[in-house]
Ligand binder design. Structure first.
Ligand code: DAH
Length: 359
């Protein structure tokens, strides 16, 4: 028996090491350890042996079985890692190859314009904040000093979601102003943020789409006044449009969340039916703004006798249309590839005030 086991050992280990592929290795395993395999067969013969002999042979067979199983395992692992390496080598790609000419991605004018706005206000020390598109009545209206039943709520053509089990009726935010509330409730003044994002109103024509973008401006500090508001916004429009002497005009207006409230116009000309921005004597409305209403500051848990500040909100599509000569708002959201190719921007040209804002 000892001789037979020794011979079998040599034979099986040679077969394992000679196996050239996984399938051959599997055949070796079945032939040795399978139900009808040779080691299994010898195990069965143990029963017919004398007890002393059986004990010794049994031990040797178990050692053999473990040794062959370990050799099979090691060989299998070697095959598998060789296969993986071959696959990795065959699937490697040369990242230094030039981009395929037919894949021309570009930045949407909304993304470009948002990046330009962030670059300009970033230079002035503003951070970017954001909030959810799905809002509640408190953040979108009540905390912004829209009393319940106030007609200003109707102005917003709100999309409401079906009420939840508590009767709470969520809505799609009608402006980015609710993020003023979220920011004041979560950050300690001084606050200097811009809040770009999607907004929603139930409206659709040449100049309105149900989803559009706004950027909100919020400054909260102890000594902020209306002249800071004016200087900040004037600096912004001059840099954004690249017109150094662009004139601005502030007209009194009304928003529930600011007091006083104003609308800012920029200088333009409409001569010959062509709109041109600059110091030409005519005016174009561009944004709403004002000093944050004490009720809003109070609703956020801050003391309006200590803190004050200004806010502003403007439509991103609108200023993108003015800057880039895009005539129809609806085309922003039609995903027409020809439009995107024409109005899109090179994806890697990150706008900056010093490095340039657009191509
Ligand atoms: N939330 C206003 C709107 O959508 C825009 C606005 C006006 C925002 C004045 C402001 C502001 O922060 O001060 O019509």
């Amino acid at each position: 028996m000892t001789d037979t086991i020794e011979k079998l050992r040599t034979e099986l280990l040679t077969a394992v090491s000679d196996a050239a592929e996984l399938t051959t290795l599997e055949d070796v395993r079945v032939a040795a350890l399978g139900k009808k395999g040779r080691i299994t067969g010898m195990m069965k013969e143990l029963g017919a042996m004398a007890p002393e002999e059986r004990k010794a042979a049994g031990q040797r067979l178990n050692v053999l079985k473990d040794e062959v199983a370990a050799a099979l395992d090691a060989k299998k692992t070697a095959f598998e890692s060789a296969a993986l390496n071959a696959r990795l080598a065959s699937e490697s790609m040369d990242v230094s190859l030039p981009v395929r000419p037919e894949t021309k991605g570009s930045l949407h004018p909304i993304s470009q314009t948002t990046a330009e706005i962030a670059a300009i206000f970033g230079e002035m020390g503003f951070e970017v904040a954001d909030g959810p598109d799905i809002e509640d009545d408190f953040h979108n209206f009540t905390a912004l000093n829209f009393p319940p039943g106030h007609p200003a709520r109707e102005m917003h053509d709100t999309f409401f979601l079906p009420p939840d089990s508590d009767g709470q009726r969520y809505l799609l935010r009608t402006h980015t102003s609710p993020v003023q509330i979220r920011t004041m409730m979560s950050k300690k003044p001084p606050i200097r943020v811009i809040i770009p994002g999607r907004t929603y109103r139930c409206d659709y024509d040449m100049t309105h789409t149900p989803m559009f973008h706004q950027v909100e401006l919020l400054v909260i500090d102890t000594e902020t006044n209306m002249s800071h508001l004016r200087g900040c916004l004037q600096e912004f429009v001059r840099t954004f449009f690249g017109i150094d002497d662009l004139t601005t005009r502030f007209r009194p207006s009304f928003f529930p969340f600011t007091e006083p409230s104003a609308e800012m116009d920029i200088g333009c000309s409409r001569q010959g039916g062509e709109l041109k921005l600059g110091n030409y004597g005519d005016w174009l409305e561009i944004l709403g703004c004002g000093m944050v209403h004490p009720n809003v500051i109070k609703a956020c848990g801050l003391d309006p006798d200590v803190y004050q500040g200004f806010a502003a909100g403007m439509g991103i599509e609108r200023i993108a249309m003015l800057k880039y000569g895009i005539p129809d708002l609806r085309t922003f959201f039609e995903s027409d590839l020809r439009w995107l190719r024409h109005y899109g921007f090179a994806a890697l040209d990150v706008p900056s005030v010093t490095g340039g804002l657009a191509r």
